[in-house]
Ligand binder design. Structure first.
Ligand SMILES: Nc1ccn([C@@H]2O[C@H](COP(=O)(O)O)[C@@H](O)[C@H]2O)c(=O)n1
Length: 227
């Protein structure tokens, strides 16, 4: 499995010829190193509906003729905009052609403001994505919660991306606990240094992971990790 970080919470996951992008906030993302129009994928996965995660989902899905996979309300919204969409909900898993998706809890909110109206987009989620025999966990935007232990006990996570920005999500202290509870083989910090209020030191977070015996890598936007 190869993962490429494009800044904020955008991750491209590749294995066995399949390419999946998660939370493709590229247009307007000051850290993005790629443009939405250059993304070629087999599916778009969304953790929740906030604009800095929803991003270019519909444009990418339409151009690639591939589905947006998301919690039902958010999937329905994508469908209403003309994209193919596959709705799921928390705790549910589904085997797609070449990859398996399961949505987990995330403690956050999920909405999108359209024409001045804030619309409920279903529950926010984390995503367990299994392909090529490896499992990748995208925590989405979330605070720390005890059932991360359960997610760690019931899954063998090869890599996890965890938000560390604080303010809207876990900060580094809580993300360190999350990393332990999730028992992920390697951890990559996300959702930091994109806009004011979420400034953090990704390398310092990884140093703390290493002291706890956990492999950590603060990927720079555009960088990849293969395992
Ligand atoms: N209802 C909302 C909307 C957004 N967020 C988070 O706030 C951050 C900034 O979002 P903007 O849309 O103002 O750029 C971002 O991390 C969102 O996920 C939120 O928590 N609740």
């Amino acid at each position: 499995m190869k993962i490429t970080y494009y800044g904020h919470s955008v991750v491209l996951v590749e294995a066995e010829g399949k390419r999946i992008i998660i939370d493709p906030f590229l247009t307007g993302n000051p850290k993005a190193t790629v443009q939405a129009e250059d993304i070629q994928v087999d599916a778009v996965l969304l953790t929740h509906g906030h604009a800095d995660h929803f991003g270019d989902a519909v444009e990418i899905a339409k151009r690639n003729d591939c589905p947006v996979i998301a919690v039902a309300e958010l999937a329905d919204y994508c469908s209403s905009l003309g994209a193919k969409a596959h709705g799921m909900n928390l705790g549910g898993g589904h085997q797609f052609d070449g990859f398996h998706v399961k949505f987990t809890l995330a403690f956050h909110s999920s909405s999108l403001t359209v024409d001045g109206q804030t619309i409920y987009m279903g529950e926010p989620a984390g995503i367990l994505l299994t392909m090529g025999g490896k499992t990748f966990f995208h925590a989405g935007d979330t605070g720390l919660f005890g059932d991360m232990r359960l997610i760690g006990e019931t899954n063998s996570i090869d890599a996890a991306v965890l938000p560390i920005g604080d303010g809207y999500t876990m900060g580094p202290e809580d993300a360190l606990l999350a990393a332990k509870w999730l028992r992920a083989s390697r951890v990559i910090p996300i959702h930091y240094n994109t806009f004011p209020g979420i400034e953090q030191d990704g390398d310092a977070f990884c140093d703390r992971l290493h002291k706890e015996g956990i492999e950590g890598k603060a990927l720079k936007p555009g960088e990849s990790l293969e395992f």
